[in-house]
Design a protein around this ligand. Structure first.
Ligand code: AMP
Ligand code: ZN
Length: 441
């Protein structure tokens, strides 16, 4: 805390296609973290980047014959629309990697000057992991696994490499033919920043050298976050992130999500299957972030029922309408739920507590607590379903038409008579200014 706000950074989406519900498990959990802090009365400063230049965005925009900007803008906008539908608060700052190339070049220059990075023959610049003894601390990487002195280029010049192949990683990638027109000028020639660098450069610009918390899915612990730490601490000094928040992966039907298995869902896919974004959000919150969560289509039905049940309980007990996210200190019969959220962001436990206690809620304090917790979870309750419209038989429709005609002709006696006839047959008419509604009694 800098005395003003809780400052946190989330690694954002790579915008080369629609985000899947696994990505949204992480983004929704980060959103809950922010909402919980705000209900506690803390101000937050939330920064989340947009990765709009890397191997994948370049590969797919070139294949589509579109400019990188045109291509990534489409997927960034889609991401924003999904976030809004899922009720995720927009970050306070959302920097784009493409718009921060100068800041990234500055950071590389500093790393080279300080002996933490070196240029290689292929026009690329690498971070020298042997120059940073703390490398691997976050992921508890055994130093024996580190391949000191080898560049990633000696294996594969890609943005990602696996733990067994930890090696000097790329900060600046010399221009390659397949990059097309996507390159920038730099002291090391034409090229583009390596993927890990953008977060370090943008964190420094928007949050400073030391900030409260950094977050992403577990896959980012190594190498991405390990590399961010190395880049930032070696160039700026400071402590970098004081805490880390990593979300365990979502699985679907018991397996890792993948296109080839046909179990990779986007929000759009689930909407087409009849689910609302709130139901999807509910499912994503139904497991503790540190445990794997298994998504199934059945879990969506369960979410629908659970939300309807909470809504009914609130209605039946005439809960006052505290529907807005509000800071409160007293959660009444829901204090355990709040404790579970504040101790370890235990969303699953908090949902359980909401169900367990909703029948006991009676005072204004209870309901304020109830809606503050729902607000912290970013959940809204469904409105009661409208009574089903029943199509009237032809005979009834005729009677109703005749009555409307009599009424229009100001033949009140006939109009009343027909109304009574309809009532006897179990139907009622409700008049509007220029039409009427026919409803079963
Ligand atoms: P990406 O767009 O691939 O950079 O990923 C965006 C965020 O989603 C990152 O924080 C990833 O760690 C996270 N992520 C990716 N796959 C999953 C998953 N199956 N479950 C939870 N989070 C994920
Ligand atoms: Zn990052």
């Amino acid at each position: 805390m800098d005395g003003k706000a809780f400052r946190f950074y989330c690694c954002g989406p790579t915008v080369y296609g629609p985000a899947h519900i696994g990505n949204f498990r992480t983004f929704v959990m980060q959103d809950v973290l922010r909402r919980v802090l705000e209900v506690e009365g803390l101000k937050t400063k939330h920064v989340r980047n947009i990765t709009d230049v890397d191997d994948k965005t370049i590969r797919d925009s070139v294949a589509a014959g579109r400019s990188l900007d045109d291509f990534t803008s489409e997927w960034r906008d889609k991401f924003h629309a999904d976030c809004e539908a899922l009720n995720c608060l927009p970050p306070h700052i959302e920097p784009s990697a493409v718009k921060h190339v100068p800041e990234q070049i500055t950071m590389i220059s500093e790393l080279v000057e300080k002996g933490h990075a070196y240029a290689s023959d292929d026009g690329s610049v690498y971070f020298k992991i042997s120059s940073f003894p703390e490398y691997g601390k976050l992921s508890r990487l055994d130093t024996r696994e580190l391949d000191l002195g080898k560049t990633q280029n000696e294996r594969a010049n890609s943005d990602e490499y696996d733990k067994d192949n930890a090696a000097d990683f790329v900060l600046w990638k010399g221009r390659r033919e397949e990059d097309g027109e996507n390159f920038w000028e730099s002291p090391w020639g034409q090229g583009r920043p390596g993927w890990h660098l953008e977060c370090s450069a943008m964190i420094r610009k928007y949050l400073g050298e030391t900030f409260d918390l950094h977050s992403g899915g577990v896959d980012l612990v190594f190498p991405h976050h390990e590399n961010e730490i190395a880049q930032s601490i070696c160039s700026c000094g400071g402590e970098f992130a004081r805490s880390w928040f990593h979300v365990t992966h979502l699985r679907v039907d018991g397996a890792k999500m993948s296109k080839s298995l046909g179990n990779l869902y986007t929000l759009e896919d689930l909407k087409k299957k009849g689910a609302t974004p709130t139901e999807v959000r509910y499912v994503l919150l139904s497991g503790h972030y540190r445990k794997p969560l298994n998504f199934t289509l059945d879990s969506l039905h369960a979410a629908k029922e659970a939300l309807a049940k909470l809504a009914k309980a609130a209605r039946d007990q005439q809960a006052p309408a505290y529907k807005k996210l509000k800071a409160t200190k007293d959660f009444g019969v829901f204090s355990k739920a709040w404790q579970l959220l504040t101790e370890d962001l235990n969303t699953a436990g908090a949902l359980g507590e909401l169900f367990g206690n909703v029948s006991k809620a009676s005072t204004d304090t209870d309901w304020l607590g109830f809606f503050a917790i729902l607000g912290a979870l970013g959940l809204t309750l469904p409105e009661p379903e409208a009574p089903e419209l029943v199509d009237a038989p032809a005979e009834i429709k005729e009677l109703a038409e005749a009555r409307w005609q009599a009424r229009s002709d100001k033949d009140w006696a006939k109009s009343d008579e027909l109304r009574d006839a309809l009532k006897e047959k179990g139907w009622v008419v409700k008049d509007g200014s220029d039409s009427y509604e026919l409803l079963p009694l």
